[in-house]
Design a protein around this ligand. Structure first.
Ligand code: GLU
Length: 423
C-alpha cells in the first residue's frame, strides 16, 4: 500500500514516520485506499506570516502554522510550538499524532498542531507576547472552543495560553476561557494540568514495569529532557520508588549511580536554568544517557531522539515516549526485534491532552473540579487506554505502537463511516 499525501518526505522526518505508522495500521486493518488517503492528509492547513516589532523598533517576520489534521470526532485539539525547527511538515506530523492520541484515549476531539518558527530564548518576554498575540490573531478564523483548541507544547507555556485566550477574547468582545487549555489557574486553568503529562508517563511506566515483572523499587531509569514533561516524570518516578539515575536537558546531562535527589535537582534547575552543575551528581554526555544500562528510558525532549544510528547502543528494557515521535520508524523496527517494550507517545504522553479535555469541560461547565477528581479521572483514562492497547496486542499481535495505532485509526475511521461522505 502506498500513501498519498500533499508531501511525503523521505528518511526519518517526523512526517515520514507518522505516515509510515498510518500505512502500517491501514494495512493491518485492511482499510481501502481512499480512506487511507483521507487520513493521510490534513483536513485544513493554514500558514501565516507573523511580523514582530522588536524592542529596538526593527521588524522581523516569522512563519506560523496551524494544521487541523482531523475533526471528525469533535473539535481539533493540540499544542502550539515555538521552536526554530518548526515547519509545515513537522506540524503536519504532530497534528496527525494528536488525532490518534485523542481517539486512543477516547476524547471527543480531532487532532491539530500549530507552531511558529522562532527560538523563544532569543527574544524578550514583551517580544514573545507580541508574537503570540499576532500569531493568534492570524489564526483567529480557524480556532475557537468548538473548532480548534490550542494548548502548550515545546517552547510555550501557561503564559502563552493566557495571551492567546486574551487575544481571542478581546477580538470577540467577551471572555472565552474554553478557547485554549493549559491556562494559568487564575484564568480557568485546571488543577493538575501542569503535571498531567508526566503523571500519565509515570502511570504507564509503572504499568509497563509490572508487565515485565519488575517492581518499581528494583528499577532504574534515565530521563532525556527536563522540561514540562521530563521534570515531573523524573520526580513522580522517584516518588514511586524508581531509582532515577540520570537526566539531561538541552545543555547537558547529570548522573548519580545511586539515584538522583530529584527534588534538589528541581531546585537547582529553578536557580540555574539547567541540570548542568548540579552538585549532587556527576556530569554525563547527553548522548551517553541514551546508552545507560537502565530498565526504563524516558525520551521526553523532541522527535527523532532515538534513530537508526544510535539505536544499537540502547540498553533499556522499556522505553516510554514522553515526547512526541522520539523513536523513528527505523529505530522502532530494531527495538521490536530486540524485544524492547516501547510505550508509544500517543499512549504514554496522553495525560496532557486528557487533562486539557478536563479543563475545557470545566470551562464549559463553569465549575471547577478538585485536584483529586482530576487525578483520579486521569488515572482511569490512562489505565483504560493501557488495558485496551495491551489487550489489542494480545489479540492481534505486533508492538504496542501498532496495537495503539490500530485502535486509534479504527475509531477515527468509524466516525467517518457513521457521518458519511458529504455530499
Ligand atoms: N502538546 C501536548 C501534546 O502533544 C498537549 C496538547 C493538548 O493538551 O491539547 O499532547
Amino acid at each position: 500500500m502506498t500513501i498519498t499525501a500533499p508531501h511525503v518526505p523521505a528518511g526519518n522526518a517526523p512526517l515520514a514516520n507518522a505516515l509510515e505508522q498510518l500505512r502500517s495500521a491501514a494495512e493491518a486493518l485492511e482499510i481501502d485506499a481512499g480512506s487511507v488517503q483521507l487520513l493521510a492528509q490534513a483536513r485544513r492547513e493554514i500558514s501565516v506570516g507573523v511580523p514582530l516589532r522588536r524592542d529596538d523598533d526593527t521588524v522581523e517576520v516569522f512563519r506560523g502554522y496551524r494544521v487541523q489534521h482531523n475533526f471528525t470526532r469533535g473539535p481539533a485539539k493540540g499544542g502550539v510550538r515555538f521552536s526554530p525547527s518548526v515547519d509545515l511538515d513537522e506540524v503536519r506530523a504532530l497534528a496527525m499524532w494528536m488525532t490518534w492520541k485523542c481517539a486512543l484515549v477516547d476524547l471527543p476531539y480531532g487532532g491539530a498542531k500549530g507552531g511558529v518558527a522562532i527560538d523563544p530564548r532569543r527574544y524578550s518576554d514583551a517580544e514573545i507576547e507580541r508574537v503570540t498575540r499576532r500569531y493568534t490573531s492570524e489564526i483567529l478564523p480557524v480556532i475557537g472552543p468548538d473548532r480548534d483548541i490550542p494548548a502548550p507544547d515545546v517552547g510555550t507555556d501557561e503564559r502563552t495560553m493566557a495571551w492567546m485566550m486574551d487575544t481571542f477574547s478581546v477580538s470577540h468582545g467577551f471572555t472565552v476561557q474554553s478557547v485554549v487549555t493549559g491556562k494559568p489557574i487564575a484564568l480557568g486553568g485546571s488543577l493538575g494540568r501542569a503535571t498531567s503529562t508526566s503523571r500519565g508517563v509515570a502511570l504507564v511506566t509503572l504499568a509497563a514495569l509490572d508487565r515485565r515483572g519488575i517492581t518499581p523499587t528494583a528499577a532504574t531509569a534515565a530521563v532525556q529532557g527536563f522540561g514540562k514533561v521530563g521534570r515531573h516524570a523524573a520526580r513522580l518516578l522517584a516518588e514511586a520508588g524508581v531509582c532515577v539515575r540520570a537526566v539531561s536537558d538541552q545543555y547537558g546531562a547529570v548522573i548519580a549511580s545511586n539515584g538522583l535527589d530529584v527534588e534538589s535537582l528541581c531546585d537547582h534547575v529553578d536557580a540555574h536554568g539547567t541540570v548542568v552543575g548540579f552538585p549532587g551528581a556527576d556530569p554525563l554526555d547527553a548522548e551517553d544517557l541514551l546508552r545507560l544500562d537502565v530498565e526504563v528510558l524516558v525520551p521526553a525532549a523532541v522527535e527523532g531522539a532515538i534513530h537508526a544510528e544510535n539505536v544499537e547502543g540502547i540498553r533499556a528494557a522499556i522505553i516510554v515516549e514522553g515526547a512526541n515521535g522520539p523513536v523513528t520508524t527505523a529505530a522502532d523496527v530494531v527495538l521490536a526485534a530486540r524485544g524492547v517494550l516501547v510505550v508509544p507517545d500517543i499512549l504514554a504522553n496522553a495525560g496532557g491532552v486528557i487533562v486539557s479535555y478536563f479543563e475545557w469541560v470545566q470551562a464549559k461547565q463553569t465549575y471547577r473540579w478538585s485536584l483529586d477528581t482530576v487525578e483520579s479521572r486521569l488515572r482511569d483514562r490512562m489505565l483504560t487506554a493501557w488495558a485496551a492497547v495491551t489487550a489489542e496486542q494480545t489479540r492481534r499481535g505486533g508492538t504496542l505502537r501498532e496495537a495503539a495505532m490500530r485502535i486509534a485509526v479504527e475509531r477515527v475511521l468509524d466516525a467517518h463511516r457513521n457521518r458519511g461522505l458529504y455530499p
